[in-house]
Design a protein around this ligand. Sequence first.
Ligand code: 5GP
Length: 189
Amino acid sequence: MKELKERILNDGRCLPGGVLKVDNFINHQMDPMLMKSMAEEFVRRFAGAEINKILTVEASGIAPAIMVGYQLGLPVVFAKKNKPSTMENMLVTEVFSFTKNKTYNICVSRDYLQSGDKVLFIDDFLANGNAGKGIIDLVEQAGAELVGMGFLIEKAFQKGGELLRGAGVHVESLAIIESLDNCEVRFKE
Ligand code: 5GP
């Protein structure tokens, strides 16, 4: 998606270890106009798919997910990273975080992810696919169906895209980065 790629080139910052910082428009300050355009693009790419729920993980996935949910008129559920003491009847799975280098649990109430749900997962980044794998596990535990996964930015030099597509998931990424070598952003054509 041209608009997002241009924004990454203008405002993205490269950190050592293959991390792209997009705090200026996605991860800290957010650009709602760009979020809206990105959500419209997801709606186009998943047109025709039967979806009844958008799923994401807190916190960075919530903004793009709610924009997609708004445009499709569908509820948006976010997996929580800490188990709230008030939450019962939960589905839980473990996720390894690439940026934080630690393992944590994500959980969703069975009230909001149920058998028969047709789920579109939306998140900010696809790196090694660990969050994606966790979501597949939660969706399976619920007996729901994963219709697809949409990411704002995919880093193709990490293995998440291969892993998820290899597992038969319909993955759509709005900007695919081939390399961040020497802190230069190179997109996949
Ligand atoms: P994965 O689970 O695919 O290994 O990693 C995806 C998650 O890690 C995303 O939800 C995002 O929060 C974080 N992440 C991975 N790579 C990057 C990156 O280059 N920049 C930022 N800002 N977050 C990243």
